[in-house]
Design a binder for this molecule. Sequence first.
Ligand SMILES: Nc1ncnc2c1ncn2[C@@H]1O[C@H](COP(=O)(O)OP(=O)(O)O)[C@@H](O)[C@H]1O
Ligand SMILES: [Mg+2]
Length: 346
Amino acid sequence: MTKRFGAVTALHEAWLKVRDGEFITLLGPSGCGKTTLLNLIAGFLEADAGEIFIGGKLVTTLPVWERDLGMVFQSYALFPHMDVARNVGYGLRARGVPKAEEATRVAEALGLVRLSALADRRPKQLSGGQQQRVALARALVIHPRLLLLDEPFSALDRNLRAEMQLELKEIQHRLGVTTIFVTHDQSEAMSMSDRVAVMSEGRILQLDTPEAIYSRPTHPFVAGFIGDATVLPGRLLARDDSSAEVEAAGLHFTVPAETLGAAQPGAAISLYIRPEHVQPIEEGPGLAGTVVSRAFLGDRAELLVECGAAGRLLLRVPGQTATSRWPVGAPVRMGFAGAQPVAFVA
Ligand SMILES: Nc1ncnc2c1ncn2[C@@H]1O[C@H](COP(=O)(O)OP(=O)(O)O)[C@@H](O)[C@H]1O
Ligand SMILES: [Mg+2]
């Protein structure tokens, strides 16, 4: 899909294929085109170029109500004058479903989101989380071909959010409903999705499993956006079709060759080091540095280590003694045994 708003190209030839029953997340920073893509799929917007197929059927010119979609937005958008059951049944009444069937299906949908007891409340008598459950039930009650959710939990506080994430994932799995979820929150995307589409500036840069997005990013933006990484400048030493040898901070690393394009030995590269690629060591090949900042996180600690010309490296050290073992100012030697970083042409 390509979509322009005046001079802004909100989507630039974004291409996406979602499998039946799959949970896909569109992930990217604010303004990258996630909502635009979702609105095109839903039929709220018209594209400048591109086609949309649902179940093999071309729907690009079909109106919203003929696309058979369930939608949940960040704002709950419930009808304030209707009770919960009538809110949930709205889509069924709009489709002319008989009253008795409406009652059965509303009860079923409310059971799914654990709101059966609140069927005759008004939206304003519900908490934010409950309202969002109503919105989810309302989307699911029509048995949609596709469920679309645009940042549905971003107005909820952290704990509730985590609870709703688990719940949605469980319901989605149980129903097997094909789902496209939008978020700018990487941990939400990583924890919920079968596959994640990482977007930047109107493009889908990588579409893959959370594991692959994290460990085998195919684009520097993806490597920097997902998880933490320290970028070390370096040089390509040698390569074959599958792997390459690079040098950074005076150390040698083996990296996959696929992200290096046609770069030849001598080329400048950027090496992306994850915190778990680094361990404090007593001796052996490594980098020396000084702890400049640290954070205790319960099961682990994070250390930010200044390494002179190589810049600052982030380390994650398991266990509860890390902060006393490495206070600010302490020297630390870092090894990279078993690290599998990736590199891109600088
Ligand atoms: N109706 C609109 N009119 C003009 N520009 C828009 C409109 N909708 C979105 N945009 C622009 O398109 C880009 C993508 O927006 P959007 O899809 O809302 O991003 P996201 O949901 O990823 O935050 C942004 O630059 C935004 O300002
Ligand atoms: Mg948006």
